[in-house]
Design a protein around this ligand. Structure first.
Ligand SMILES: O=P(O)(O)OC[C@H]1O[C@H](O)[C@H](O)[C@@H](O)[C@@H]1O
Length: 526
């Protein structure tokens, strides 16, 4: 059995308070910096590496972080999780998203159902459905092939799948495995659905209504919006609409859908890309084999997350360094900066993953904690970000730890040498330069041009963004967030904080308002 103890009650918490801080500028300058870049690197799944040379850690701090990991029983807690313990205490649920991509420990059986088999069976059903659509065995009312798939969902039923689709769209085109174009409708803003519908050929589109709960206002509204548009276009919605939901939801077993695919309550929305939620749209877009490759990459990362030695476990190490920065260096934010245009929506996915999971003030037993928890996450692809918010990152008063992601090869492979280098080389040169500029700064007599440096970063480096490396990236961050939640002794798997706004919005629509809500409603003429 593991002990669920508050972070500040651990010996290693006190030890971390007393460690000697590392001056990033000093250690990253000159020969010492070059040695750190070689030394402070951990292999990740699928040939990637997590390099943390420019973080404010040294061997002494790493040793205390190892003690913290052992004392807080972080890998033991992970083991409890994948073996089926009730980790989500708020909702009294198991947490099984890793089981969608492979068996990590014991069989998890609930009410006589082997959960790994259940998730695999849904993937198999989706694979058959997708293959039949691609082969023209499942067709529209006129007997014609579907060419487009549209996901209707929000939050975890949108961000992860959308980020993954965009991450692989150009890779799939290049590798001749883009079977269907995908589009996404999430916002209840009518312009979102209208713009997507205006852009696609509705007669040849399949729409997946994705909602774990089957009760989300935005998604149900958009599903009805699309149904209405299909009817107006003279198309039978039941031949074009699918459902992806949990078996107990109001959307389940509904014959107004062409077919339905299921996840369950043990998969949190922001962790659901590996379940039917991501499987459906990605298998239709890229083919089931590509989804299987994505899952294989994620499973490989899940396996490395079992390692007790933090120097061999990149997600655990990343988590612990993040905790050190958050609780002892007082850094409140983290920027995710992928030097890959394909990862344009990955920061948005990580924003939900991290902030919805670890934006908590009470521990897993509902008691207030006396330390800070999850950081604020934001980010944009480089080099675009360099010409936007990097000014503050370089010279602002707030130090923001940076998570870079970079690849040696492009996805499309089309490149040109201009002034002696390809665009890919320019991209990679920029990320290398940024890490050193942030860490080492530059002295200048003119204070306006002076860079203090000392701004910590890490980088995940891979050969190319493909299904395997993308899967490993996805799981790396999920596992990082999980380990951090374990350190803080919070429940990373519920999200009560999003409820209040929803309840009040329903009251506005029912005209049951008072106080400030009434005045705002009047101002907006609702
Ligand atoms: O999939 P659904 O049940 O429609 O939920 C969609 C999203 O809405 C909720 O409000 C939560 O904030 C998210 O965690 C969830 O992913």
């Amino acid at each position: 059995m593991v002990n669920w103890t508050n972070f500040d009650a651990l010996d290693s918490y006190q030890a971390l308070k007393n460690v000697d801080a590392v001056n990033v500028r000093e250690v990253m300058s000159g020969e010492s910096g070059a040695q750190r870049v070689k030394k402070y690197s951990v292999p990740m799944a699928e040939g990637m590496a997590y390099n943390y040379a420019a973080k404010a850690v040294d061997d002494d701090i790493l040793a205390v972080l190892q003690k913290l990991s052992d004392e807080a029983q972080l890998t033991e807690k992970y083991e409890e999780l994948y073996n089926g313990a009730v980790i989500n205490t708020g909702e009294k649920r198991l947490v099984l998203h890793q089981l969608c991509r492979g068996q990590l420990g014991k069989d998890v059986v609930v009410d006589g159902v082997n959960k790994r088999e259940f998730y695999q069976a849904q993937q198999d059903r989706i694979a058959k459905f997708a293959n039949d659509v691609h082969a023209g065995k499942i067709v529209n009312g006129k007997g014609e092939k579907f060419t487009t798939v549209v996901q209707i969902g929000i939050g975890g039923s949108d961000l992860g799948p959308r980020a993954l689709y965009l991450a692989l769209e150009n890779w799939a085109k290049t590798n001749h495995t883009l079977k269907m174009q995908a589009a996404f409708i999430s916002n209840v803003d009518p312009d979102d659905a209208s713009a997507v519908l205006n852009n696609i050929d509705v007669e040849h589109a399949l729409f997946i209504v994705v909602s774990k709960s089957g009760t989300t206002l935005e998604t149900l509204t958009n599903a009805a919006f699309v149904e209405d548009a299909l009817k107006k276009a003279g198309v039978d919605p039941s031949k074009h609409m699918l459902a992806c939901t949990s078996e107990t939801s109001p959307l389940a077993n509904n014959d107004k859908f062409l077919d339905s695919f299921y996840m369950d309550d043990y998969i949190g929305g922001r962790y659901s890309s590996s379940s039917a939620v991501g499987c459906c749209v990605l298998s239709l877009a890229f083919g089931p084999e590509v989804f299987a490759r994505l899952m294989a990459g994620a499973h490989a990362a899940d396996e490395t997350a079992k390692e007790k030695d933090i120097l061999k476990n990149p997600s655990l190490l990343d988590a612990l360094i993040g905790v050190y920065e958050r609780n002892f260096l007082d850094y409140a934010t983290t920027a995710v900066l992928p030097y890959s245009q394909a990862l344009s929506r990955f920061p948005a996915h990580l924003q939900q993953l991290d902030m919805e999971s670890n934006g908590k003030s009470v521990n897993r037993f509902g008691e207030k904690v006396n330390y800070v928890t999850g950081p604020i996450i934001f980010g944009e692809p480089g080099t675009n970000g360099q010409h936007s918010f990097y000014q503050l990152l370089h010279q602002g008063k707030t130090i923001v730890p940076l998570q870079f992601i970079g690849f040696k090869d492009s996805q499309i492979g089309n490149d040109v040498v201009i002034e002696g280098s390809t665009s890919q080389k320019k991209l990679d040169a920029n990320v290398a330069a940024q890490i050193v500029a942030f860490a080492c700064g530059k002295d200048d007599e003119n204070p306006n041009k002076n860079f203090d440096g000392g701004r910590p970063s890490s980088i995940i480096i891979g050969q190319q963004l493909n299904p395997e490396t993308l899967g490993a990236l996805l799981a790396h961050f999920e596992n990082k967030v999980m380990f951090q939640g374990f350190v803080w002794n919070i429940n990373s798997f519920d999200q009560e904080g999003v409820q209040l706004g929803k309840v009040l919005a329903k009251r506005v629509l029912a005209h049951d308002t008072d106080g400030a809500l009434a005045v705002y409603s009047d101002l907006l003429e609702i």
